[in-house]
Design a protein around this ligand. Sequence first.
Ligand code: KG4
Ligand code: ZN
Length: 348
Amino acid sequence: MHVLGIETSCDETAAAVVSDDGVVRSSLIYSQLTDHQAYGGVVPEIAARAHVEHLDGLVRDALAQADLALSDMDAIAATAGPGLIGGVLVGLVTGKALALAAGKPLIAVNHLEGHALSARLSDGIEFPFLVLLVTGGHCQLVEALSLGQYRLLGTTIDDAVGEAFDKAARLMGFGYPGGPEIEEAALQGDPNRFPLPRPMSGRAGCDFSFSGLKTAVRRTVEQAGPMDVQAVKDLAAAFQSAVADVLADRTSNAMEIFTDRHAGPHRLVIAGGVASNRALATRLGGLAQGQGFSLTVPPMELCTDNAAMIAWAGVERLQAGLTDDLDFLARARWLLDELPPPPATVVG
Ligand code: KG4
Ligand code: ZN
């Protein structure tokens, strides 16, 4: 079984072919980074236009690289939300057109489910598992119970963690996206030179907050005056250390809840672009071990936005008989626990 995946929810245009044996036959990404760099963030209009310009060619090349034709596909899976609505529309309408032309079923994939299932593609992780979903637009702790069934344990009450990395990076004079640059700078920084807060730490529950941390970084930059290279590295290290502490504190609470609800083995997955940060993964790995959890972090190319995870979600949904109508509407907002329940005949 082969599924063509399409991803256009943010600033990556991507197409991939994935088979039901978990082999990624092709996975192509056009990164719009340079299109948006001058603006310090993603400009929705520019993103939508770039998806229109690049998606057809990427789909053609993804099929060619997989050495398969459109008629060989068993379904077309496209991200239907959440994300920047103009971009989501481009990908979903393209997916619908291909599905109609080829006479194949359409699978409208929730982008967050794509991230959550990426560890099943890379490592065959079994349900149930706990997911720390950390991207530029989301920061959530989710119980993945079965395909299509997710329980939200906590979410950010303000900024997403990737967004916090990007905003803090800007204050430190780095480019966009900020996560990789902060990680790199932090390697040579002293995390203890600048004191920064740990918002929400020690509180019950699993919600996150990052706007106070961003404000503290701004205040530190203002008070420090002109910062030399070492000071910037120290601030990057302090910021990353504060984020690690917050993620660890919140995830620890979620692991306690998960342990109360599920017999072992207990599994923690980190998914989303921020999961490619090695310092954070190392920190959470130690924490997980201490609480009896195994930790899985998919390889970097499956953590940042890609179409292989969308195609894989399509494979899983197709296997479960979950296809969608061609009038499925694109959604800018779409929480994981709002996915339609699977039909009664499908037992998760
Ligand atoms: O999942 P993703 O590729 O796109 C969204 O769905 O948002 O995540 C992008 C986010 C950006 O905010 C970027 O700064 C962050 O992931 N990111 C990182 C790292 N690599 C990417 N954050 C921290 N450390 C990294 N190494
Ligand atoms: Zn994403």
